[in-house]
Design a protein around this ligand. Structure first.
Ligand code: 5GP
Ligand code: 5GP
Length: 244
């Protein structure tokens, strides 16, 4: 066999090894956002986080590894508990020198507080929500994204997909009015280029309302993709978009 044939086989072996070690155990992610107005406008109500009432914008629920066959892994590594010091690694921490004191600004935490705000009761700073999401979902993509990368990648996707802006551009606003689910889906398709799934919940008067939006993201958590399988979520044909 010639030299070039040999290198070709070596390259193939290397590629194969890469694929095996990546062995990520999931096919893609659901990127799930929630409308805070709908989370709060329920019988159970909600609690604002310690940092105060979140802005009237969609916030992150999670980035969930999923299989193409609509099943999903969860709680993949008991030995990898949520660790705030890992989430906020030092390289991404900004040190600001003020007079003679150094103020440590943790860039990821401030982004999490804004974009991944917790609305569950009792009021807390978000750690409970983030640790639940890391332990249930994040540990299942740990071979690709460590804790810091998992949260950073999710925040970056959120920054790329301005759902509220997309809906408002189509005249769909959080103004307590009712909108057709089909129009909402069409607007998201026009704004992102991809089909989304819409999930509804009910307010205390049993009106259906826009609760969560599911988009799909490739296994490296970089780009939106067309969903290999859309989650089945039911909504009435016309739903409220509550003020927050
Ligand atoms: P629910 O039963 O309220 O739809 O979902 C409860 C939780 O199960 C979600 O918050 C999420 O953690 C998980 N879950 C539900 N459906 C899916 C799914 O299709 N894919 C993944 N990866 N997780 C899901
Ligand atoms: P999942 O449905 O993702 O399995 O579970 C979500 C968990 O995070 C629940 O225990 C829920 O109480 C908690 N949680 C804390 N804050 C929030 C929030 O703002 N939205 C949602 N959906 N769950 C939250």
């Amino acid at each position: 066999m010639g030299k070039s044939g040999c290198s070709f086989i070596l390259l193939e072996l290397l590629l194969l090894q890469c694929l095996i070690s990546l062995g990520q155990g999931y096919d893609f992610f659901y990127f799930v956002q929630q409308w805070p107005g709908s989370y709060c406008d329920t019988k159970r109500s909600c609690c604002y986080p310690t940092a105060g009432k979140p802005a009237a914008n969609f916030t992150i629920h999670g980035l969930w590894p999923n299989y193409n066959n609509a099943t999903y892994p969860s709680n993949c590594n008991k030995n990898s508990p949520y660790d705030g010091t890992k989430v906020n690694d030092n390289q991404s921490t900004t040190l600001i020198k003020m007079d003679r004191t150094i103020v440590v600004v943790s860039d990821l935490f401030s982004r999490l507080e804004v974009s991944w705000a917790t609305l569950a009761c009792p009021t807390n700073n978000g750690t409970k929500f983030w640790s639940h999401e890391w332990e249930k979902h994040g540990t299942c993509s740990e071979s690709v994204l460590d804790q810091h990368s998992y949260f950073e990648a999710t925040l970056n996707i959120k920054d790329k997909v301005n759902l509220l802006h997309i809906l408002e551009a189509a005249g769909i606003r959080p103004d307590d009015n009712f909108y057709k689910v089909e129009d909402i889906k069409e607007a998201i398709k026009a704004g992102t280029g991809y089909d989304a799934a819409v999930e509804c919940n009910s307010d205390p008067s049993r009106n259906g309302q826009l609760f969560q939006v599911y988009l799909c993201v490739d296994a490296s958590a970089k780009d939106l993709i067309e969903c290999p399988v859309l989650p089945k979520r039911k909504c009435k044909s016309s739903i409220q978009f509550p003020i927050f």
